[in-house]
Write a protein that binds this ligand. Structure first.
Ligand SMILES: C[S@@+](CC[C@H](N)C(=O)[O-])C[C@H]1O[C@@H](n2cnc3c(N)ncnc32)[C@H](O)[C@@H]1O
Length: 209
């Protein structure tokens, strides 16, 4: 099964399954972006729209991309904001977005499924307006070293969705090679994570003006 098919199969239960990483990512995203107000936002791998509702509040226009039809169907059903457009698109192919068109790119829990970060950050740099920002929030690689991976249950079987480990230095160096400047790095734990490595790695980048 392909990754998009796995996510379409997970879509109905994605929001209600116990998932501390999903929940912490939502909190971190609200904390880091909640006070921002921008014209246009591009969301990468929006899934069921967990973070899209927040983005619709802080951005005048939001374009949300995902390649899993099942996830997009859930997002469209949940969020009827008139300033949000959901588009089926594979992030490993050129994005349906004009050069320098957006103020903020946001990607949550998606890059673990993409091997080549070079293409992703080159596209981020292409679509961002000068001075634009990018938030990447991912399952922390320390957790991946311990075996954590996006997993759901289907017909009583545990399905582990194929994932790649990207080390912190890889995110930073690959973004720098695309011309993006790291402006903040956050490591976050869920309340139930005492004594464990950080669960979420959140990186903020800026495209120089
Ligand atoms: C773990 S979910 C995260 C969804 C949402 N961002 C959130 O935080 O809840 C990962 C999402 O990334 C999408 N995705 C993974 N690889 C992708 C790709 N190459 N192109 C577009 N979407 C992709 C999946 O379909 C899925 O909806």
């Amino acid at each position: 099964m392909r990754i998009s098919e796995h996510y379409s199969a997970w879509a109905a239960a994605y929001d209600s399954d116990r998932n501390l990483t999903r929940d912490l990512d939502a909190l971190v995203t609200r904390e880091l972006l909640g006070a921002l107000r921008v014209r246009s936002i591009l969301e990468l791998g929006c899934g069921t729209g967990k973070n899209t509702a927040l983005l619709a509040q802080i951005g005048a226009q939001v374009q949300a991309l995902d390649f899993a039809p099942g996830m997009l169907a859930r997002a469209r059903a949940k969020l009827r904001a008139t300033n949000v457009t959901f588009t089926e698109a594979d992030l490993t192919q050129p994005w349906p977005c004009a050069d320098q068109a957006v103020d903020l790119v946001v990607g949550n829990l998606v890059l673990e499924h993409i091997a080549d970060l070079g293409f992703i950050f080159a596209e981020v740099a292409r679509v961002l307006a000068p001075g634009g920002r990018c938030l990447i929030s991912e399952l922390h690689p320390f957790r991946q070293y311990l075996g954590a991976q996006a997993t759901f249950t289907q017909a009583d079987a545990q399905i582990r969705i194929p994932a790649y480990v990207h080390h912190i230095s890889e995110f930073i160096h690959t973004a720098a090679a695309a011309g993006l400047t790291l402006t903040a790095l956050h490591e976050r734990w869920h309340a139930e994570d005492q004594g464990k490595p950080p669960r979420i790695l959140a990186l903020l980048f800026t495209k120089p003006s």
